[in-house]
Write a protein that binds this ligand. Sequence first.
Ligand SMILES: Nc1ncnc2c1ncn2[C@@H]1O[C@H](COP(=O)(O)OP(=O)(O)OP(=O)(O)O)[C@@H](O)[C@H]1O
Ligand SMILES: [Mg+2]
Length: 273
Amino acid sequence: MTQDQQPDRSSLEARVEELEASLAQSNGKLSQREAEVAELRKQLEISRLVTGTLIHDLRNPLSIILTYLAFCQDILPKDEGSSDFPSKMGEYLGEVYSATNHMHDIMTHLYNLMDPKWGVMLFDTDIYNYIIKPGVSRSGLDVRYYPETLPTDQDTVYADQFIARRVFDNLLKNAADHGGDNPVITVGHRINKGRPELYVRNTGSYIAEADRRKVFNLEVRRPESEGLGLGLNLCKRYAELMGGYLRADSSGQPSDGNMQNAWAEFSLGFPLP
Ligand SMILES: Nc1ncnc2c1ncn2[C@@H]1O[C@H](COP(=O)(O)OP(=O)(O)OP(=O)(O)O)[C@@H](O)[C@H]1O
Ligand SMILES: [Mg+2]
């Protein structure tokens, strides 16, 4: 090696040291990332375990309750009788049966949603017959359709029926719970900016512009609400999981607490096929 090559060698050694230091740093970052990924995997596993346990351990007793409710209904006298008791009992058991059946159904759908084989299932869906009509009937609410011809319309949307039903049920319940004393509840569907939307509107409540996004946050709920403040957050996440959206609109800001012109409306936008 010549005298001239000497400085080159020491600069190469310095470069190698530099590279080794940078490699050690990258390795450090990599193991940190690996630890983070391992932690996320663990949390995902716990979530799946908790959800799986909830579904499994609730669905099984619900099946038992359904079987025994059916037995009870079988042994109840069918005729009205002199007392009101047997027929009322049948009516109440019927209500308990359909609420239990609804829970059982939800557990089955949640399980399908969790299963990578099924997941979100988008189909052409008759919006009136598969979403609006059963939802309104389950809610027991007096609901207006807009336009009035809606029940005979055969409009289809591209939707995951489980998700659309869950969102619609929640919106109807909110309209009844948060919509003033005797809210007029209107439901309908329309095309907005090229996207099919299902909307639920109620009179008697106003959501200030600044709150229209916040109502979807977990921590927001009316202080007097008996609920958890969780419904809208779940609905928005469900809507987005399906490739759709959920939006709040409102108008008729009350002055002096006069709610006469106030209304709030929530729209579920469906994905395009
Ligand atoms: N139709 C509505 N009109 C006015 N405010 C509403 C309406 N729907 C929801 N909100 C407001 O948004 C908040 C959050 O709604 P969300 O459905 O998430 O919770 P909740 O109904 O209070 O409880 P739950 O978790 O049982 O649904 C409500 O507490 C209420 O303040
Ligand atoms: Mg709610």
